[in-house]
Ligand binder design. Structure first.
Ligand SMILES: *[C@@H]1O[C@H](CO)[C@@H](O)[C@H](O)[C@H]1NC(C)=O
Ligand SMILES: *[C@@H]1O[C@H](CO)[C@@H](O)[C@H](O)[C@H]1NC(C)=O
Ligand SMILES: *[C@@H]1O[C@H](CO)[C@@H](O)[C@H](O)[C@H]1NC(C)=O
Ligand SMILES: *[C@@H]1O[C@H](CO)[C@@H](O)[C@H](O)[C@H]1NC(C)=O
Ligand SMILES: [Zn+2]
Length: 402
């Protein structure tokens, strides 16, 4: 299972460029800020201060000299991949700035209703091909739109996730399904987040099998601390409603900042898992607490490397945590934006870099088991899943020994 993924960072960008941008009614805009935007529409979309002119992509492609070159440049703009990252991305803010620009660019493509359905399906397809049978997706649930400009609400999006997943399960034997962790941006005001918390509570009541809980996402160092949101985050407890939290916390290499304390607040707010928890090993009391309470960290090694928290993965703090038996699950965060795919690359990095020379089949086995154990499935569902996994593992071992 992949337990730490983000809605629009999953499907390889090649598919967006070669499939989605070739669909009819796709418009492109080169904004004054240098960030490319897309919009599907019957008529030319409205212009704005930033976007002075929308061009039908079909027409634009007819005018460019070399379409292959243009498509390649789109693809380059859709990932963080670059031959000399250390030169281009001089610090964390520089790489995060491009990271955020990519989300902004591809959002207009993915939020078009027919694409959105296909994107969700394709997300499962790529992970299924990588032998992943279950996914938990942090989803912003931004408005999905139609050609007419009509916009759907959050409930529509959750229902669509549910319907597409059900359809996928029908045609893909042994696939368990997906769950959504509704997420908002940690740059927002506390009043906005309070509203999102209420929305999360509503969604969880309406779609208890789909919506697992709530998280805050975005660049942690430049965002608000969890403490800043305390009033909003206490709403469910005050109302006596259960809303599980899955906080990103400690995705920082600073020590002693208000952000560094997010792990403490995440644990005090009963977080189910800790997203990244990169800073956890610097806080022995918290580390002992999370270990005692069996609260795992979600380690995304490639993400941490690309976003410049650690360069050589042998130095990843999860090595220490794995050595003392702290619960860990491995995930891939936004593989498409890092130029990766599915989950295997991150397992590989953990095995080779973080695990060290003593990592062996038992390491892989435990990490696979953890991905099921620490999911937010019901016990009975976990048992079914574990049985399916066990059968596949035994076959894998038989094949390897042979
Ligand atoms: C795009 O993908 C969809 C399925 O997701 C497929 O039906 C369609 O034929 C593809 N279109 C192109 C232009 O590749
Ligand atoms: C178009 O660009 C590609 C990639 O840069 C190159 O391989 C190809 O030769 C170019 N085609 C033409 C007709 O110039
Ligand atoms: C790629 O991004 C740059 C800015 O980084 C922009 O100037 C350029 O127009 C973009 N090109 C395409 C094809 O998206
Ligand atoms: C965390 O769990 C404790 C014990 O079950 C409970 O008293 C408290 O209200 C919970 N806090 C939140 C924010 O949910
Ligand atoms: Zn994340």
């Amino acid at each position: 299972a992949a337990l730490h993924l983000h809605d629009i960072g999953i499907v390889t960008m090649d598919w967006l460029v070669r499939n989605v941008t070739y669909r009819p009614h796709c418009h492109i805009c080169f904004t004054t800020k240098g960030i490319v935007q897309f919009r599907f529409a019957h008529l030319t979309p409205h212009t704005s201060e930033e976007c002075r002119k929308w061009i039908l992509l079909e027409d634009y492609r007819r005018r460019v000299q070399n379409v292959t070159e243009f498509d390649d440049s789109l693809l380059r703009n859709f990932t963080l991949v670059t031959p000399h990252p250390e030169v281009i991305y001089t610090n964390q803010n520089a790489v995060w700035s491009k990271f955020k620009a990519i989300f902004s660019t591809i959002s207009g493509l993915i939020r078009y209703a027919p694409v959105f359905r296909d994107y969700v399906f394709q997300s499962m397809q790529e992970f299924y091909e990588d032998n992943v049978l279950y996914m938990e997706i942090r989803a912003r649930l931004l408005p999905v739109y139609e050609l007419s400009g009509e916009r759907h609400d959050v409930q529509w999006s959750v229902k669509t996730y549910q319907e597409v997943a059900e359809k996928f399960v029908e045609t893909h034997p042994e696939f368990i399904g997906i769950k959504i962790i509704y997420s908002d941006d940690r740059s927002k005001d506390v009043t906005v987040i309070a509203e999102s918390i209420r929305t999360a509570m509503e969604l969880r009541t309406k779609f208890p099998t789909v919506v697992a809980g709530f998280d805050l996402v975005g660049h942690e160092d430049t965002g608000h601390s969890l403490h800043y949101y305390d009033k909003a985050l206490m709403i469910p407890a005050k109302d006596g409603v259960k809303l599980p939290y899955f906080f990103h916390a400690g995705e920082t290499d600073w020590q002693g900042t208000s952000i560094d304390k997010n792990i403490l607040d995440a644990l005090m707010l009963n977080t189910t898992r800790i997203g990244h928890g990169f800073a956890l090993s610097k806080h022995p009391a918290l580390r002992a607490y999370s270990q005692k309470k069996d609260i795992p960290i979600e380690v995304c090694p490639i993400s941490n490397q690309v976003l410049k928290l650690v360069s050589d993965l042998r130095n990843h703090p999860a090595a220490t945590l794995m050595a003392i038996g702290h619960p860990v699950v491995i995930s891939s965060d936004d593989p498409a934006i890092f130029g990766a795919k599915g989950l295997s690359y991150d397992f590989y990095e953990v095995f080779m870099g973080i695990g060290g020379m003593k990592a062996d089949l038992r390491t892989l086995k435990q990490l696979a088991i953890n991905s099921i154990k620490y999911s937010s499935l019901l016990e009975i569902e976990k048992n079914t899943f574990m049985a399916v996994w066990k059968k596949r593992w035994d076959k894998f071992i038989a094949d390897v020994t042979e």
